[in-house]
Design a protein around this ligand. Sequence first.
Ligand code: SER
Length: 598
Amino acid sequence: MKQITAKSLRKMWLDFFKAKGHAVISSASLIPENDPTVLFTTAGMHPLVPYLLGEPHPAGKRLCDCQKCVRTGDIDEVGDAGHCTFFEMLGNWSLGDYFKDEMVKWSYEFLTSPDYLGISPENLAVTVFEGDDDCPRDEKTASLWKACGIKEENVFYLPKKHNWWGPAGLTGPCGSDTEMFVDTGKPKCSANCSPACDCGKYLEIWNDVFMEFNKTADGKYEPLSQRNVDTGMGLERVLKTLQGKSSVYETDVFAPIISKIEELSGRKYGESEETTRAMRIVADHVRTSTFILGDERGVTPSNVDQGYVLRRLLRRAVRFARSLGMSGKALVGISEAVVENYKDAYPELNANKDKIYAEIAAEVERFEKTLESGIKEFEKLAHYITNGVVSGKAAFKLYDTYGFPIEMTVELAKEHGLKVNTEDFEKAFEEHRAKSHAGAEQKFKGGLADNTDTVARLHTATHLMHRALKTVLNDENVNQKGSNITAERLRFDFSFGRGMTPEEIAEVERLVNEAIKADVEITCEEMTVEEAKNKGAVGLFASKYGEKVKVYTMGKYSCEICGGPHAHRTGELGRFKIVKEQSSSAGVRRIKAILASE
Ligand code: SER
């Protein structure tokens, strides 16, 4: 097979779709905006949800990109040949433009043409949706594949479990899909062997979703106002398959990072199963942490939300680094290897590298201070356990005194053949939280990434408040760190070093309510990032390809780069009220606010 590197694959992808009339757009931040259902961007389509639901995109109806993604649901599986907590997804979209005919033809061309991946059609297998009450059997896509040259016996019909795709938050745009696999040529594991089984004969490389529905919070499938295509190709997975490697860690995205770990630890990848697993975990977790810390929205380690995930990744990496004979400080050197390997494709890593290394060093230091005594404590504890269960109270003590994330206690326990009473841990945790009024909000309930007018109004209020905060706190460096909106409230994280006074809070409320009373029209214009900057718009200016962005203006009250949607006039908002102002993490404050009907 053709020798393809990460760099050449990214370029090949974007060039191919550019030639088919697509605009190349920059990867969005890893931290989603205004979406209460997930902590990180989990797929290429995620930042595009408003456009898949009908908002016009400034770059047009055909888009392609390479999106950085984080999924930590399978963090415990990391260390095997395939699971990673960070990955890049190559994607292309039709927003109410082309549909199955073009997409299947192009997929076939990209996969088989010697100018692109050059996979022999003999080695390809595809799956299509078998049909149910919500959506009919996809004979159309099957016949398109066969017309391209895929053999009948390599087209498989599968149910929703396999051939349906919707976003991580359960609700939102979704539809049936067709998935593409490389047939490794291994014998079938049984007569029923198909791409649905994980025997290793078929390796998935691409997924084309035909989005026709919006799944609502009550579980209904409503037809979308436009039919979209959403495709996703996992870069690491394709490299592994095309480079003929047995794991993603041997491909060129990881090889220099693994080499660095070998150099720093004096161990050899592959010398034992344990070493290999530990090296993979360190490489994966440091890579993901580097991307989270280097993101335009820069998260830092904390005890809530994204900061907690980051803390957990770093602390877990420290533990496995130590099992390889390295000190936690080695993580900084490994992070340098990550930045080096990715800085051309993701310039933000280089731009933020000092911050990345400083935050890693600080977190490692915090953790190592207590780690050894914590592990000793755990071992003492384990020694006295007779029923095989570590009590929730003991687990909480490890959390509270030694900073052990509960997941780490569970893992340590597993190594000692013990279980942990996590229910009691949760109880102890809740009690403590209630007592300390920490107000940490950790549980994200899915289901409300909706597009209702209420959410649009709260989104508009968020813009007005962002501007008012800069004015009242007299600080242009007050910047958005995160925004999360449900039907009930807005929540806004921003950079600021101290708590606000009651007078400041009242003044922000007054300014926002003044803007609402003025009932100005909300307008949206498309322009380049440069033009937006010159106009004085706030927002993220990360754009690699000079593409256009949308700028929402609310009279003299706000001007911000944003995807929308928003209310039409500020007068639609009702009365704005801040219900809480508190610390979120070091240097970051969090506000919760509501819109009351008068
Ligand atoms: N959203 C689909 C996926 O994540 C295709 O992009 O696989």
